[in-house]
Design a protein around this ligand. Structure first.
Ligand code: CTP
Length: 400
């Protein structure tokens, strides 16, 4: 949700300012770009140097740079930002925001901001419940700002009560939730599985396949960008989602993939099974490395469990999407799979020498729904394919 967002973080002079080091890290981890502006008193609680290193950007705390006397352009900073987050916002800052006092860079950026402004107040409990503070918070909300409520706990004064700045993790999830509301998949939980599985022959060897997991990871990111809460169950893959809020469960075997998918499926609205799960595994994996001998060796294989088939049986209200990789009679086989596995949609991949499904950033797919409606897509990037698949799911769900 915060991927590629430009966040201006305004830090004012409260003890919670020290938590902003963590807040900057979390924003960066979520894929955002961060610039920090501080009030002079905030620099007594956390150093601009720390925040500059973490944000990888210069930190501004004065109207003029020393010793060059260069003007720090607050208008440019405010215009740059997609989001302006003020954390911690002291009682003093809240009062200045309501009256328009402009005696430091944070105030100047606030008054110049065209973006959404999130304010995370932090102060002692009596200050927080003071009618003046309450009135100021109400006024600020009335101006269109979003207040991230203070939390309850131990305060710097030694007292316990409401007034602590929301924890950095909670600030991030508050903002993510706010941004996702109104998006197409807001409030929806999605399961995506991706990648190959590895089935052990012995401690050093396995049966695997050429799947990179790329399409599934792109699907997880795209769902997340469109507001969904995503769990990605990922086999061995070098790809990782860019959105930090995608919950990743790393697995290795078909059995682990099965157990995790069955568990997560119970609580989701949509499940997309793009993983290339092994259909067979060695009947017994050797506990020690199999030594070379002059004779042939035979591996006895046994079938793995069909995850998609199992989810099809368990399906209640979920929308279930499977993949089919075929080399011939693709559409015919895929239609059979829709019925056999109780699917809502199936994404059909074909693979050939000129159009390999694995190891390429491009592919050609078709999507069929359970009413046999077929859409053929052009040869395109896997990122665009992920968007097409999600669009098809949206269309299907709108008609449901
Ligand atoms: N799949 C699964 N569990 C397995 C094998 C496959 O959930 N043990 C899922 C894949 O994630 C994919 C779909 O089944 O969504 C189709 O996989 P595919 O290999 O094309 O078809 P199969 O059902 O395995 O049948 P076949 O290989 O005979 O075509």
């Amino acid at each position: 949700m915060l991927r590629n967002k430009k966040i201006l973080l305004g830090i004012t002079g409260g003890i919670a300012a020290y938590k902003c080091a963590q807040l900057v890290r979390l924003f960066i981890k979520a894929g955002a770009e961060v610039k920090v502006v501080m009030t002079p008193s905030a620099t007594q609680f956390v150093t601009p140097e720390t925040l500059s290193v973490l944000s990888k950007n210069p930190v501004v705390s004065d109207f003029f740079e020393k010793p060059t006397h260069e003007w720090n352009n607050h208008v440019h900073l405010a215009e740059w930002a997609d989001l302006f987050v003020i954390a911690p916002a002291t009682a003093n800052t809240l009062a200045k925001f309501t009256s328009g006092v402009c005696d430091n860079m944070v105030m100047a950026c606030y008054l110049s901001a065209r973006s959404k402004v999130f304010i995370a107040p932090a102060m002692d409990l009596d200050m927080y419940k003071h009618p003046t503070t309450k009135e100021n918070l109400k006024k600020l909300e009335g101006f269109g700002n979003i207040i991230i409520p203070a939390e309850t706990g131990e305060l710097a004064s030694g007292l316990t009560g409401e007034g602590r700045m929301a924890e950095p993790e909670n600030i991030v999830s508050f903002i993510e939730k706010y941004l996702s509301s109104g998006l197409p998949f807001s409030g929806k939980k999605v399961l995506v599985n991706a990648g190959p599985t590895y089935e052990a022959i012995d401690p050093v060897r396995f049966i695997g396949n050429r799947s990179s997991g790329k399409t599934g990871v792109l699907l997880a990111d795209e769902f997340c960008d469109q507001g969904a809460e995503v769990t990605l169950i990922l086999g061995p893959s070098s790809h990782k989602p860019k959105n930090a809020s995608v919950k990743v469960i790393n697995i290795e075997t078909a059995e682990e993939m099965f157990n995790n998918c069955v568990e997560v499926f119970k609580s989701v609205d949509i499940a997309v099974l793009s993983a290339a799960v092994a259909d067979y595994k060695p009947k017994e994996a050797s506990g020690s490395k199999i030594k070379k001998s002059n004779t042939e060796i035979n591996l006895e294989l046994t079938k793995t469990k069909d995850i998609l088939g199992e989810l099809g049986k368990q399906k209640s209200k979920q929308v279930l999407i499977g993949f089919a990789l075929e080399t011939e009679n693709a559409i015919e086989y895929a239609k059979e799979k829709i019925k056999k596995k109780n699917l809502d949609l199936i994404v059909v991949n074909t693979t050939s020498e000129s159009n390999p499904a694995f190891g390429s950033d491009f592919n050609t797919v078709s999507i069929i729904d359970k009413h046999n409606k077929l859409v053929n897509f052009e040869f395109k990037s896997k990122a665009d394919i992920a968007k097409d698949i999600i669009e098809a799911i949206k269309v299907f769900m709108a008609k449901k």
